[in-house]
Design a protein around this ligand. Structure first.
Ligand code: NAD
Ligand code: LMR
Length: 367
């Protein structure tokens, strides 16, 4: 059906998924194909993408699918090996979502993925810098604590870094926290819980703030039991391992990640289109130009000093925020002063760990 209404000011929305043929990429692309606000969904991968695109193309929603697969010639190291497919996939995109890269196998840490995934991220970041420097970029590829730093360093190198538009996707930790607390209480309505999670996205760098949940969880008897609270926190921090073990060599979380990634994308999109303001955490570079960051850093400095902790404030951190057309609208710093003693101790451990992970990402780009 065509429309002649010239008063419609809704922007054309193009979303690119890089790594769209993978375990996360496929279900995430399916969810995006159902999104009424998206006009074009560009699917890019180094393998198997024509089949995924053809399959999604049979769905009767109004999202146009475009298919982009890296060609063999683009694999060579010659100067003429421009990756046209990647260029076309990302050009004029409002949002680029990146689940490209190797997943874990049992016995691996996310850090073990760094070498391979950092090289994948490097190529993608350089193309985004050259051909889509204004897009909002969402990074799922692990280890998120380091890959986001790789993107930032490359964007700085190309002089296009906008700290309001680069996000590490950590929302799965929030989704898990909601689910696991619900399981402990009565197993119902998990998505009525809203547990803020700060820090990073790996083991002890993940800091769920159950005391700051929307429901007054801190008064719940079960959470006054130190052992129950400890095992709940541990389950959130190591939820990824639970899936890696259950999949027994066939990868890590894909379906829950696709759900979580789509949830995060929709929250950003709601802010971008000025539909609704929702607060959620993401792993970002703590740039002073972002509203709330100076306050966040000041509060963290006071906290560290008060506790005689000689820890550098991380350059990157998952912290709750809201969104608008420019990406990040406002960062919420109020959680710092509301952390209880246990959460503060967890945060100190997380900060130390994140600092090491960030250094790894920075060194990779500059070595
Ligand atoms: P997968 O192996 O199933 O899919 C990865 C896809 O990336 C594949 O289709 C592969 O062809 C593609 N790919 C490889 N190199 C590429 C390149 N240079 N350009 C474009 N695409 C490329 O893996 P998966 O299960 O989908 O996981 C993907 C990544 O997401 C992993 O690094 C995993 O650890 C991470 N992950 C992150 C979170 C999170 O919370 N942030 C959650 C789950 C998984
Ligand atoms: C997760 O948290 O499930 C992901 O980061 C994947 C992983 O390696 O655990």
């Amino acid at each position: 059906m065509s429309t002649t209404d010239t008063t419609d000011t809704t922007p054309f929305i193009k979303v690119s998924v890089l790594g769209a043929a993978g375990g996360i990429g496929q279900p995430l692309s399916l969810l995006l194909k159902l999104n009424p606000h998206i006009n074009e969904l560009a699917l890019y991968d180094v393998v198997n993408i024509p089949g995924v695109a053809a399959d999604l193309n049979h769905i009767d929603t109004d999202v146009k699918i475009t298919c982009h697969m890296k060609s063999k010639s683009a694999d060579s190291n010659s100067n003429e090996s421009l990756n046209e497919s990647l260029k076309n996939a990302i050009e004029n995109s409002n949002f680029i979502i990146i689940p490209a890269g190797l997943p874990r196998k049992p016995g691996m840490t996310r850090g073990d993925l760094f070498n391979i995934n950092a090289n994948i991220c490097k190529e993608l970041a350089e193309y985004i810098a050259l051909y889509s420097p204004n897009s909002i970029v969402l990074i799922i590829s692990n280890p998120v604590n380091s890959t986001v730093a790789v993107f930032k360093e490359i964007f700085v190198k190309f002089n296009i870094f906008n700290p309001k538009k680069l996000f590490g996707v950590t929302i799965l930790d929030h989704v898990r926290s909601n689910t696991f607390i619900s399981e402990l209480i009565d197993g119902t309505l998990p998505n009525h819980y809203n547990v803020p999670v700060v820090g990073g996205h790996s083991g002890h760098s993940i800091v769920p703030l159950f005391s700051q949940s929307n429901c007054d969880i801190s008064n719940l008897k079960i959470l006054n039991d130190e052992n129950i609270l400890d095992s709940l926190i541990h389950r959130v921090q190591y939820g990824g391992d639970e899936i890696v073990k259950a999949k027994n060599g066939l990868g890590s979380a894909t379906l829950s990640m696709a759900y979580a990634g789509n949830k995060f994308f929709n929250i950003i999109l709601n802010g971008y289109l000025n539909i609704k303001e929702i607060k959620i955490s993401s792993y970002i570079y703590l740039d002073d130009s972002i509203p709330g960051i100076i306050e966040l850093k000041n509060n963290l400095k006071i906290l560290l000093n008060k506790n005689n902790k000689n820890i550098k404030i991380p350059e990157f951190l998952a912290t709750p925020m809201t969104f608008d057309l420019n990406g990040i609208k406002n960062v919420d710093y109020t959680w710092v002063n509301k952390m209880n003693h246990k959460e503060q101790e967890m945060f100190f451990i997380a900060a130390d760990f994140i600092n090491q992970n960030v250094e790894k990402g920075i060194n990779f780009v500059h070595s």
